[in-house]
Design a protein around this ligand. Sequence first.
Ligand code: ZN
Length: 494
Amino acid sequence: MSLDVLRARLAELADLENMARVLAWDQRTYMPPAGAAARASQMATLERLGHERFTSDEVGAWLDAAAADTDGDAIAADLVAVARRDYDKARRVPAELAAEMAAAAIEGQQAWLSARANADFALLAPHLRRHLDLRRAYVACFPEADEPYDALLDDYEPGMSTAEVRVAFARLREGLTPLVARAAERAGAIDHTPARGPFPVAAQRRVLAGVLRRVGFTEDAWRLDDSAHPFSACSGPDDQRITNRYDERHLDALFSGLHEFGHSLYEHQIDRALVGTTLCRGVSMAIHESQSRLWENRVGLSRAFIGLIFGELRAAFPDPLATTDADGLWRALNAVRPSLIRVEADEVTYGLHIVLRFELEVALLGGDLAVDDLPAAWNDGMRDLLGVVPPDDADGVLQDVHWSSGAFGYFPTYALGSAIAAQLWAAMARDLGDPEALVAAGDFAAIRAWLRERVHRHGRRRTPRETLEHAVGGPLDVDPQLRLLAAKVDALYG
Ligand code: ZN
């Protein structure tokens, strides 16, 4: 009985969440700008309905009763266990605090737009102070956390501790720094011109459509649209929507398209038995990002993949690619160069951009760094880690939207996802043989099937830690990524 009413309530919540995803997708693709106010109200209503219908006392009573009532139904048992964790967490945070955090996020993002446009950090600073005050109140709802940042990290990567991230990132920093230095010493070894285009946008769209069909995009369950920033959204396994943007000066759209494909493939390959439950989505941000990074970096930017599609690329872009070959294009696309902007960073320097953000977030939350000192700390960090200093704050501390909405704890998942992607690649190699050989042969079905079995189909039935353990046979480890990147720097720079 309790299990049935609980299931029905959780199915409603899954629907509300999927409706919000479609509205958010529409907002960023087709909605006319003047629709923003009405859309904000609709989104807030969905959010409030979901929160009220989940955190009510009756749900608590059903959860207690249903725990003893799952009758050997393994999915039901997982559903109840996960809902219990979600419920206990949601009940800890007072509704007024959650509402104020949501309002502060919107106001902060609004302020960030003008702060970045004017390269004026002072416009954002009061919002960051407010976010930090609200986060400290939020952290206080979880007094059992070993350190304050744990509570923020847990929202994006459940079960991960700050201490684990600190260890992983120290190792990453130590491993990446010499690779960046080696590439800088031998920078002349790479001819960058093949990656500089121009690559006409209409031809990029055709090539990307072909590439996505090769890797698993099908017209019946997927869409590809334009947006200012690439993202993926879905309202269930068979409604996958990815978006992209194009610029004729480079081929980034090809790889951001594969990145978003990776996110969507994860949700597409979740076990259909989980549809209509709150288990039917990706388990955490880092596991999600491991999927996108795997298709972007391990597949898309591999020598094997560039070789596979080089004929198509040269037919589409005869001018820029006339005097190069697959190897030359692969080198140009993978060149390692310290730069100011995270989203434009190559795979080797990318991790260092994240290490800096993590260190600054922890210091801000702990009160070791004042908001007013953040721009200077940013610039010092960039100089130490990458040897470059931004000319102004727009290309420095103001470049990302995350902090303006109070999203502290999110950045680490990008680098953790990249590390996990390399762990998965190594595990796949143990099971299937060299995955680059599968890429070279265009056998993406084998890669999809492995990912479905090891990661995707389980949705939220396993914790992020269990998901990783099951997929690769061990805990988080940045060494497989460092080994891959060292080999790549060797191949690129000798
Ligand atoms: Zn992503």
